[in-house]
Design a binder for this molecule. Structure first.
Ligand SMILES: [Zn+2]
Ligand SMILES: [Zn+2]
Length: 140
């Protein structure tokens, strides 16, 4: 499965183990980083090959966010706490266009202009942070 940024300077190839279903996050960092809605799917390190120059931004003590330095396309988040894999932006990959949404976290923090329909799993900030204590207060 191949994806690329808006300008084509960065290409991402995913093979092997990956979750084909993306999840959304409404935390304030994701909202600001993407300009609206973060959606990502998980892929293991050995399943991902990246070509091109990439910049990262340490958005919190436990996460790096990668983007294309030419066009600014959001590429992925790497969770430094769990230490493995990528949460890749599905919009880079035409093959995922038909993939249904798996989950929605920080659902109680969603802005009024984004309402995601469907039967996917929803977790509020309190529910998510109860199971992921290192992200507590993941706000700007
Ligand atoms: Zn680019
Ligand atoms: Zn988030």
């Amino acid at each position: 499965m191949d994806g690329e940024c808006l300008c084509g300077a960065v290409t991402v190839h995913v093979s092997g183990r990956h979750e084909g279903q993306p999840g959304a996050c409404h935390c304030s960092i994701c909202r600001t980083w993407t300009g609206g809605l973060f959606v990502g799917f998980h892929a293991e390190d050995d399943a991902v090959t990246v070509e091109g120059d990439v910049r990262t931004y340490r958005s919190s003590p436990f996460a790096d966010r990668a983007f294309c330095p030419v066009c600014g396309t959001s590429l992925w988040i790497r969770d430094l706490e769990t230490g493995s894999g990528y949460d890749l932006m599905p919009g880079l990959f035409p093959a995922l266009h038909g993939a249904p949404l798996k989950s929605e976290i920080y659902s109680d923090q969603a802005p009024a202009y984004i309402a995601l329909s469907g039967d996917h799993v929803r977790q509020t900030q309190a529910e998510w942070e109860a199971n992921h204590p290192f992200v507590e207060g993941d706000v700007r």
